[in-house]
Design a protein around this ligand. Structure first.
Ligand code: EPU
Length: 356
């Protein structure tokens, strides 16, 4: 197992902020687990995958574990569904593309999400009407204090909106080694999300003059029903259009969760701003508000203070224009929270993990 002292943090997260990790251990193979547990000697490590949902606002004194466990294994392909085990260190989007190329469906709406596969259960990634929790069968993890290895059912994972057991204080003791995904051989396109419908319609309109028998959908879907590949392509183009690419502009995707508030608490906002988006949630007594709308309406979209800013493309994304520090981005996040609270009485909760 590779152990490095005083490693710069900048290239380890998609925010690209500077910092130093005193001691970094890189886990590449399951056979290294015993050595890892021994090296940690009971101390609580910070576990990092692709670093796409983390803001480091200080140096790391605790051990940093980089999870780079690779490998994909087909465990069950007997029927209408398959079970695929994916190492926590596999790229998430690579995994989505791989499954589509194999004719295993379900992940298409989760295309182009940055990060590694271990992050999918960790924060229950979600986009365009689908959450990872719906596709996950089990999560394999190891306790970093005792070395116990355990398989977590979806009930154990306690998935919620961008949350899971692994994000809790007890859960942070567990290092996810792999995730098992239950995928379908039959396409079941999930296109209820309005933006996907618009994108598919626009693409169909563009393609219409060339439609012929030869270009019929190879998955055998009835006319009018998009293939999973078409859904994935639509999601990719929506994301490319709306979200800044972390490879060229540091960011961690949505910086705040969409607030879920009681209907009573949402009422003053609805009355004062009839255009404010309000979405239903399964619990009928509550609704989900749009953090992006709140932030844009408070005047922050495109704001920049030094190299810390708010994306001009999407108000929910904080960006590092180059040399913003973690504390500067955190200070900006606090100003936005205060301003949204003063203006609308709504509390915004950060989505990424903040190490401060
Ligand atoms: N909006 C604005 N200003 C903006 C952008 C959006 O007012 O600059 C409003 C619009 O009314 C828009 C609404 O916000 O209709 C919703 O915007 P969008 O569809 O982009 O979705 P979101 O709620 O901002 C969530 C997730 C994203 C996910 C998309 C699509 C959270 C915190 N974010 O964003 O996830 O890709 O839905 O499903 O739930 C992430 O978690 O990092 C992430 C990017």
């Amino acid at each position: 197992m590779q152990v490095r002292q005083n490693l710069p943090l900048r290239s380890l997260t998609t925010f690209g902020v500077a910092g130093t990790s005193a001691r970094t251990l890189t886990l590449e193979r399951l056979e290294q687990l015993d050595a890892l547990i021994e090296a940690l000697a009971g101390s609580l490590p910070f576990i990092l995958g692709g670093g796409s949902n983390v803001l480091f606002a200080r140096d790391l004194h605790e051990p940093l574990v980089l999870v780079r466990l690779k490998g994909r294994r087909l465990l069950d392909d007997g029927g209408a569904t398959i079970l695929l085990e994916v190492g926590a260190g596999e790229g998430w989007d690579d995994t989505v593309s791989y499954t589509l190329s194999q004719g295993w469906f379900g992940l298409e709406n989760l295309s182009l999400i940055p990060g590694l596969a271990g992050g999918a259960p960790w924060q229950n990634i979600g986009a365009y009407g689908v959450e990872a929790a719906e596709l996950i069968e089990t999560v394999q993890a190891v306790h970093t204090g005792t070395g116990e290895r355990r398989t977590f059912s979806t009930a154990d994972c306690d998935f919620g909106y961008r949350s899971s057991f692994f994000k809790t204080a007890d859960g942070r003791r567990w290092l996810i080694t792999s995730v098992r995904l239950r995928l379908s051989r039959e396409p079941h396109p999930r296109i209820a999300y309005g933006e996907i419908q618009q994108e598919l319609a626009a693409r169909a309109a563009l393609a219409a003059p060339e439609v012929s028998d030869e270009s019929a959908d190879p998955t055998g879907q009835p006319a009018g029903s998009p293939s999973p590949q078409q859904v994935a392509a639509a999601v990719r183009s929506i994301r490319r259009r709306k979200l800044p690419d972390p490879a060229s502009l540091g960011n961690a995707g949505s910086f705040f969760k969409n607030p879920i508030v009681s209907r009573d608490d949402a009422e003053p906002l609805r009355v004062a701003y009839p255009k404010a988006p309000v979405y239903p949630v399964p619990d009928a007594a509550h609704v989900k508000l749009s953090a992006a709308w709140l932030i844009e309406s408070a005047g922050w979209k495109g704001f920049r203070d030094g190299d810390a800013g708010v994306s001009a493309q999407h108000a929910l994304v904080l960006v590092n224009h180059g040399n913003a520090t973690g504390p500067q981005l955190l200070a900006l996040a606090r100003r936005i929270q205060q301003s949204v609270h003063d203006r609308f009485g709504i509390a915004l909760e950060p989505e990424p993990v903040i190490v401060a």
